[in-house]
Ligand binder design. Structure first.
Ligand code: GDP
Ligand code: IMO
Ligand code: MG
Length: 425
């Protein structure tokens, strides 16, 4: 049985939630490996629309078990809200969701620091969910973990210790009102009752299940270009969305991973600040935003939109080791008379050989475009490659060739049924 990693290959919001839902029909377990409630993964089934922030999108298939891995940072308030919402929709979570004992907890001071540090010189445009400050504490070895919820005395000590430092920072550096220690303690000591039943040694659980021959899908959040190491630093998130992060974030070793699926939007979007070479600030960008309903699933912010970038995708495929790709939102390109595809970058008139690793260079690159003919037909009910307009097929073949990717899945709408498999374009 297989262990597959599913990664966002651009700047997030590629449609990972939808494709996890499609693929999880064939998997027994779906596990998230990084990020937190900064993610917003949308799945549309019938007339219902679910936006999942922390719980893997596999939860919507009743025979799938879900795991929140050790690499994820968990806001207990957001988690309990999400569980409640699912249960209200008759989706059973109890017994189907396990949370790593080693995952770190997002605390109220993480969220506060996330928002007030955005008032500094470098604005990232974070989601404000406390992600960066929580990972800072994890790596500074000051973090509070899920397992700490099970020892109230130790939890209280840890919160008091952290608050001493955080309140000094909040007051002295940011000139902001301090947080009340007792309020936070009173709130957090109560979480054990509600969360204990989900806590598990998930690395052992996952490896034992793989030993038993069960298949596991590892669901990435965000996207490769938001990776703290390989993305457009500092305009990144604070975790490792690339496929390598799936190993550390779950405890499944690289020798047990069989394949990597990349989720690729048929154009590119980005939320927040940072370089975006193919960004469109004109009517074409607005058409993509409106037709693709490009508004953040977590914050509601309008997403920045631009043409497909094959140069970026080649880099992403390399860093992630992508074996096959799902192309999403192809339907959104319908109605463009001409569609541009970026096939390379130039800097001072010279073609770059590889994707630049620093944002100053990226800010100055000039995308090299090739222009393709569009198609004027609605393709949202096409359910096979053969039924697509010739120009749409040409577009797919062109981006596959220029990005050096193999396309196995095509998505032409947000719903489950608006998806079909192809034999490797
Ligand atoms: P994720 O974060 O990668 O899971 O993606 P989001 O859920 O944030 O954003 C993707 C959006 O596009 C959601 O609203 C999906 O319902 C929608 N979507 C996914 N695939 C398609 C598609 O093929 N066509 C269209 N029109 N919408 C899609
Ligand atoms: P999914 O999983 C798109 C972006 C934020 C910001 C940067 C850092 O739905 O694809 P953070 O709050 O993580 O510290 O913000 O990363 N960002 C996302 N953009 N999709 C996401 O998740 C994102 N999660 C974070 O907009 O630019
Ligand atoms: Mg999203």
């Amino acid at each position: 049985m297989s262990v597959t990693v599913l990664v966002g290959s651009q700047w997030g919001d590629e449609g990972k939630g939808k494709i996890v839902d499609i693929l999880s029909e064939k998997f027994k377990i779906v596990a998230r490996y990084q990020g937190g409630a900064n993610a917003g993964h949308t799945v549309e089934i019938g007339d219902k629309k679910y936006v999942l922030h922390l719980i893997p999108s596999g939860i919507l298939r009743e025979d799938v078990t879900c795991v929140i891995g050790n690499g994820v940072v968990i806001d207990p308030v957001a988690l309990l809200e999400e569980i409640e919402l699912l249960e209200k929709n008759n989706i059973k979570v109890d017994g189907r969701l396990f949370i790593s004992h080693n995952a770190h907890l997002i605390m109220p001071y993480h969220k506060l620091l996330d928002s007030i540090s955005e008032s500094g010189a470098v604005k990232i445009g974070t989601t404000g969910r406390g992600i960066g400050p929580c990972y800072i504490d994890k790596y500074a070895r000051k973090g509070i973990r899920i397992v700490d919820l099970l020892n109230r005395k130790k939890l209280e000590e840890k919160i008091r210790e952290n608050l001493k430092e955080k309140n000094a920072l909040v007051k002295k550096v940011f000139d902001h009102e301090e947080l009340n220690v007792d309020d936070i303690i009173n709130q957090y000591v109560e979480f054990d009752k509600k969360i204990e039943k989900y806590i598990k040694d998930t690395p052992t659980f996952l490896n034992e299940k793989i030993d038993e021959g069960e298949s596991v899908l590892l669901e990435g959040a965000q996207g490769a270009l938001l990776d703290v190491d390989h993305g457009t630093y500092p305009f990144v998130t604070s975790s490792s969305p690339t496929s390598g992060g799936a190993c550390t974030g779950t405890g499944i070793p690289p020798t047990r991973i069989n394949s990597v699926v990349g989720i690729v939007k048929a154009y590119v979007t980005r939320v927040g600040y940072g370089p975006f070479p193919t960004e469109l600030l004109d009517a074409d960008g607005e058409k993509l935003r409106q037709d693709g309903f490009e508004f953040g699933a977590t914050t509601g912010r309008p997403r920045r939109c631009g043409w497909y970038d094959a140069f970026l995708e080649r880099y992403s495929a390399m860093i992630n080791g992508i074996d096959s790709v799902a192309i999403t939102k192809l339907d959104v390109l319908s109605g463009f008379e001409k569609i541009k595809v970026c096939v390379g970058y130039e800097l001072n008139g010279n073609a770059l050989k590889s994707f630049p690793s620093d944002v100053d260079t990226l800010d100055h690159v000039v995308p090299v475009y090739e222009t393709l003919d569009g198609w004027n037909t609605d393709i949202s009910s096409c359910l096979s490659y053969e039924s697509l307009p010739v120009k749409a097929k040409e577009y797919l073949n062109f981006i596959a060739k220029k990005s050096k990717i193999k396309i196995d899945i095509i998505s032409v709408g947000p719903k489950r049924e608006q998806t079909f498999f192809v034999k490797g374009i």
